[in-house]
Design a protein around this ligand. Structure first.
Ligand SMILES: [Zn+2]
Length: 74
């Protein structure tokens, strides 16, 4: 499942095995904000390997790690 973080706060490998960061729709003028505590930078969508494969096939909606939201990638 995807994690939303800016490039400064990349997901730790221990959290999820993210292999790619893709831009959300409208980046950097996006509604997606970095999930790191007290960071308000626009976030990328960090994808796991099977999600990156799906992205390359055209999928643009990804579930977040906590299942509290969804995002649409550009
Ligand atoms: Zn951040």
């Amino acid at each position: 499942m995807a994690i939303m973080r800016c490039k400064t706060h990349t997901p730790k490998r221990a959290q999820r095995n993210c292999v790619a960061a893709v831009e959300p729709v409208g980046y950097p003028e996006t509604a997606l904000v970095c999930g790191s505590t007290s960071c308000e930078a626009p976030a990328f969508i960090w994808l796991e390997d099977h999600e990156k494969v799906a992205f390359d096939r055209g999928q643009r909606i990804f579930k977040s790690f906590t299942a509290t939201m969804k995002v649409r990638a550009a």
